[in-house]
Design a protein around this ligand. Structure first.
Ligand code: AMP
Ligand code: GLY
Length: 416
């Protein structure tokens, strides 16, 4: 089979690597991919918003299966267009991906289907938003309604922080159309769990859980990012708690989407807060998490290609997971998630089976920075502690003149 992975980040490198291990797969293409993954996939110079170009390429190259990594092309109707062209694609249609594309849609959907989540209010009116925050008090969570690459969320602990976030979104229009409305959410307390599943209609195959680290700096300080590191499994939660999250959240979400004529195929991701009252949804995503994919897929012993094909043909294959733990640390450009320089040379990068590249370019045979999150280094271990020790030992070999990484990935369970 020929497989096409759309996107060019660490998640897509991991997807390409996972497909490349399958005996069923002969060729993996990535569009656009990145120079760090060229040993795993042939990178095609097509951007992930070039739907016509990608459909044409998939036809010409006789691609048998396409997987879309990022959310933006899903919400732009990439899967709809592939399906119209008669191409096999594993991902949600634009209609199904709305569960990620609009936080207000997702909240109302959860209410309709009794899926546990925090209370909320949606408004486009700044004055009304301010009054709501005054009435509810802090802490309160303020989110731009649409896609904002993980940067549209403020957990406000003071009225002032809340007001600044509301001004940025509703008055300064920092997020453009994505910030036409805000969602004001109840602040949920607990441990976070990222729970993803392979989904086709009402068939839900849950994956091993992962925990992301969203804040930029050690001790969960600093601004929210796309994710600075992750690990799997998440031993804070036992099987019964995870089963409950599947039963009360992932399954009803798949069922609800199917019932509303938005039947979901692809990866459904529930960002959960495990509260004293049980799991509650922070957000849904319509794709693999990044960096969650980088630590979950290396633990998948089943052939992902087989799993996807069987699922799409109406089966429900069992997923086999390795007992080994995987822990991964992101190295990002200094300044991320704010402004950062591009084109800075990275003189040394450690070697690992699980080295996944994201925002890198290549110049004179050397890697240079080309984005916020540059790479993720992960290691396996008999325990998370072992994996963590190996990762940080190896990261000593990374040239950090232009990069930084968190020193405490895994700190909720392991103290260093
Ligand atoms: P999101 O982009 O919606 O996943 O939000 C980013 C991060 O903000 C989450 O991973 C949480 O750490 C935090 N967050 C979002 N919503 C809430 C909430 N309702 N209560 C507490 N923390 C939240
Ligand atoms: N790591 C969180 C996300 O991919 O949205």
């Amino acid at each position: 089979m020929n497989v096409l992975v759309i996107g060019g980040g660490g998640r897509e490198h991991t997807l390409a690597w996972t497909f490349s291990k399958s005996p069923r797969v002969e060729k993996v293409y990535a569009a656009p991919g990145n120079p760090g993954m060229k040993n795993t996939a042939e990178c095609i110079k097509l951007k992930d918003d070039d739907i016509n170009g990608l459909v044409q390429f998939a036809k010409d190259a006789q691609v048998d299966l396409t997987v879309v990594g990022p959310e933006a092309p899903l919400l732009a109707g990439m899967v709809n267009r592939f399906e119209e062209a008669g191409l096999r694609v594993f991902g949600p249609t634009e209609e199904a991906a709305l569960i990620e594309g609009s936080k207000s849609f997702a909240k109302a959907f959860m209410q309709r289907h009794n899926i546990p989540t925090g209370t909320y209010k949606v408004t486009s009116d700044y004055e009304e938003a301010v009054r709501h925050v005054e009435k509810e008090g802090v802490p309160i969570v303020i989110k731009a309604d649409g896609l904002a690459a993980g940067k549209g969320v403020t957990v406000a602990f003071t009225q002032e922080e809340a007001d600044q976030a509301l001004q940025r979104i509703l008055l300064d229009h920092t997020f453009g159309e994505a910030g036409a409305r805000v969602v004001l959410e109840e602040y949920l307390q607990g441990e976070e769990l990222s729970l993803m599943a392979f989904v086709h209609g009402t068939t839900v195959l849950p994956m091993a859980g992962a925990q992301d680290h969203k804040r930029a700096y050690d001790g969960d300080e600093g601004p929210n990012t796309g994710g600075m590191g992750a690990y799997s499994p998440v031993p804070q939660f036992n099987e019964a708690e995870v089963d409950r999250a599947v039963r009360d959240i992932l399954q009803p979400a798949a069922d609800g989407l199917a019932a509303e004529d938005r039947s979901f195929t692809g990866i459904l991701y529930a960002g959960l807060m495990m509260t004293g009252e049980g799991p509650k949804v922070i957000e849904f995503n319509a794709r693999f998490g990044d960096p969650e994919a980088q630590v979950v897929l290396p633990r998948l012993e089943s052939d992902m290609t087989e799993v996807i094909l069987e699922l799409m043909e109406g089966g429900a294959p069992e997923l086999i997971w390795s007992d080994e733990a995987v822990l991964g640390v992101v190295a990002a450009s200094k300044g991320y998630p704010g402004p950062y320089d591009k084109g800075a040379s990275i003189s040394s990068v450690p070697e690992s089976e699980l080295l996944f590249f994201a925002g890198v370019g290549e110049q004179d045979g050397r890697y240079v920075t080309a984005g916020g999150r540059v790479l993720l280094l992960a290691e396996k271990g008999a325990t998370l502690e072992e994996a963590q020790t190996t990762v940080y030992k190896k990261l000593e070999e990374l040239d950090t003149s232009h990069l930084f990484f968190r020193k405490d990935i895994g700190h909720h369970i392991i103290s260093r």
